[in-house]
Design a binder for this molecule. Sequence first.
Ligand SMILES: Nc1ncnc2c1ncn2[C@@H]1O[C@H](COP(=O)(O)OP(=O)(O)OP(=O)(O)O)[C@@H](O)[C@H]1O
Length: 621
Amino acid sequence: EDHHHHDHVQYSNITDRDALYALKANFNRSFLDANWSGSHCCFNDSSTWYGIQCLNNQVIGISLEGMGLSGEVDAHAFANLTELSSLSFKNNWISGTLMNFSSNTMLVRVDLSSNMFEGPISNSLLSLQMMESLQLQDNNLIGSIPGFSQKSLREFNVSNNNLSGKVPETAVLQSFSDLSYSGNSGLCGSPTLITCNGAMTMSESDESESNKSSGIFKGSTMLVIFIVLVVIAVVSLALFFTLCNKKVENIKQQWKKPVNIEVVKKNFEVDRDRDSKSNTAIGGENGNKRRLVFLDGGNEFELDDLLKASAEMLGKGNFGNVYKVILDQGQEVVVKRLRDLRPLSREEFVKRIQELADLKHPNLLSPLAYYYSREEKLLVYKFAAKGNLFNLIHGEKGVNRIPFKWSSRLRVAIEVARGMEFLHANMKLDNAIPHGNLKSSNVLLEENQKVLVSDHRLAASLITLPIAVQQMSAYKCPEYQHYRKVSRKSDVWCYGSLLLELLTGRVPSFAAPKGTNGVDLSSWAHRAVREEWTAEIFDPEISRYCTRRHEAQGMMKLLELALWCCDKSPEKRPDMHQVVREMGDMKVNELEDEEDLSSFDPSLTEDSISTNGSGIIVNTS
Ligand SMILES: Nc1ncnc2c1ncn2[C@@H]1O[C@H](COP(=O)(O)OP(=O)(O)OP(=O)(O)O)[C@@H](O)[C@H]1O
């Protein structure tokens, strides 16, 4: 048979293929199960397998970034991939200990950042003489940092883990800045800002800290420490213990706070220090540039207020972590730490953020303030207390569930459409996608039930294209999948998918959070209508309203509109203005919802709603 022939010719390929098969079995991700299939992962220098690079029929690269992969990777998963030179699992939910890389002597780049890896940093990484970049930040790694000494290593980041001990004094590890190590409460020694006896290194901008904990043992040669110890022992042993106790107390106090607050704070602080240093070095920029800038010109609070306040992680978004911060006055705001940005100058960044902020509409969430420094970019938003639409639809099942009523769903549909219509009407660039990332986790609800669309225009203005393509919902539309084309109609497709999510209670695959699966909702719904399983389309939580004519008609109308917006060909979809017009006569009747559903019109049952091949008919007889 044909493939036997190939097996024979390309023997080395089979070992690689089996290694990838074993790897995908660790992840339980249906996309990979379907895509990594067949008897060959490589054909000469190319691969049809997602994320795989080949050279001479061997796997040289694996890149599975931001795919919601979870599970543990077998320690020897890469033992047979001897030609592997680049590996990235960045931005997933992979747990377990790090893999053994001792057979992968060709490895140049390893990026395992933003996962849930635990345990120590594998010593097998020490022997990789070609390693240029190692990214292990944002995991739960513990233990000390092994003594990396490869001269080839040019990028190294282990920040935001639970590492401890002294940073080894190898030339290469000392060559990276403190940012490569920040966010590890137990790490000490240069280049971190903490000396190993527990005292903070003083920095110009940190006066209050330095008063509290100016280290007695700073200076750090063995001799000095010895002499100081002796002197202190002689002068007052008791005083020494009191001081030590105080310090331990201080440290304990700090550790009591939730870890994520520490992480944010530490990074801000480090960042400010660097900025103030580089500013004086350059001599051009003044201190104001380090401040939080309010986009409406006001000045409600300072960066320091944010740092002092308690914070809670709301989520790891695709473009950075998101924190809720409660300020002293009780004001609640949301801080988004941006990453994967285009390399923008400050002026360009400010201009684009200002453009965002100038788009004012009651159904759009625009940033209140920003912070820009070389290392750190933050956006501050008001906090939407009722959370996101994804959680309202799919969250909390069972007895504790607060039903998400039909009338509320309809109101969300209408208000999101209005926000999107405004965005589309005010987008200057014709070929850009006005929103780009419309999905249920980016639709927020306020205390007063007001609906806010968030994250708009990030694709067009801030995020690098490869990341946008990988992460943003507009790039999941059929025209991008088939022809690599996107337009404002891709937003319309996302809006249609959002309507389907509201109606069916099912998760579209592009809106599925990391570690969960969704369905290809628009294909599913088109098929459901074509094959007349109408009764099964609607979320059971709202299908009970199908027994009432007004609601049934509303649901059918919305379903029709959703399918129109999800048409495979972009030209056939309505534009957002048409969508709003179509919904113009739909009334949200909050009270009707509460009425006893048993008083329904007996002439309307589930059978009275039916579909035919092309459309939906509500039988009103
Ligand atoms: N202003 C806000 N008020 C309340 N919750 C918010 C606010 N902004 C974001 N969130 C929530 O914080 C979490 C992370 O938000 P973020 O938008 O970064 O990630 P995402 O929507 O999951 O993915 P993406 O990065 O693709 O937008 C989400 O659950 C989101 O609903």
